[in-house]
Design a protein around this ligand. Sequence first.
Ligand code: NDP
Length: 246
Amino acid sequence: MIKDKVVIITGASSGIGEATARLLANKGAKVVLGARRDDKLKALAAEIAREGGQAVYQVLDVTKRSDNDDIVKLAKESFGSVDAIFLNAGLMPSSPVSALKTDDWDKMVDVNIKGVLNGIAAVMPTFIARKSGHVIATSSVAGLKAYPNGAVYGGTKWFVRNFMEVLRMESAMEGTNIRTATIYPAAINTELLDTITDKQASEAMRGLYAKFGISPDRIADVVAFALDLPADTTVNEFTVGPANQP
Ligand code: NDP
């Protein structure tokens, strides 16, 4: 059940993370918000408090291991423990390989892969010690199917898929009671397209999203569904997107 669960959300300053924070807080969760934009987190935490919810926030750069440790510490100091983490922070500066946008490649590896590992490293000791925990991560349909411009972005999301499935298996084998849920969104209207620096990739994506994109609230619904399941049950994978997107 969601009520009173302490949930860390990375990438909570916009899009899917922001929508999820709002919904979970509305359902009685204690949310711990992390991202780099302090002003956005402050405004969201204030809005949640005004609505009668509970939220704390901290500037978090997921590429910095110590920031991840600090947000787990904040959750424990504010609310006593951590029940779940939503590893959601991500970037999508897609481009064709031939454009050789090596800075964008580095950013995606740092945030979408290393950021997930840093979050896991920070929270796992708590989950192992209390023999329970819920790890929810945002992969992408690009983590299920290859597509042009997505060689690196898709690769980072395949990583998330593989990592989460192995974590699920090992947790079951080791009896740590750590549940996992991996979400594979298709076109969701957020700020994600602003991270694309390649003109052709940007135009292609903007066309697709203008035609099909749906609200990030739909992903929030899925996170809430996963967190609401009884402790002996897990739904491991959710592919979610516009009903009319081929
Ligand atoms: P947004 O751009 O709206 O949100 C991305 C979030 O990640 C922001 O809150 C941003 O905050 C945060 N972020 C980026 N870099 C860092 C960092 N170094 N440290 C901490 N936080 C960071 O896009 P979405 O909501 O769409 O993206 C959320 C996730 O969903 C991503 O992992 C994305 O890959 C995935 N996804 C999205 C899809 C879509 O269609 N929108 C489809 C499939 C997957 P800040 O800039 O303040 O740090």
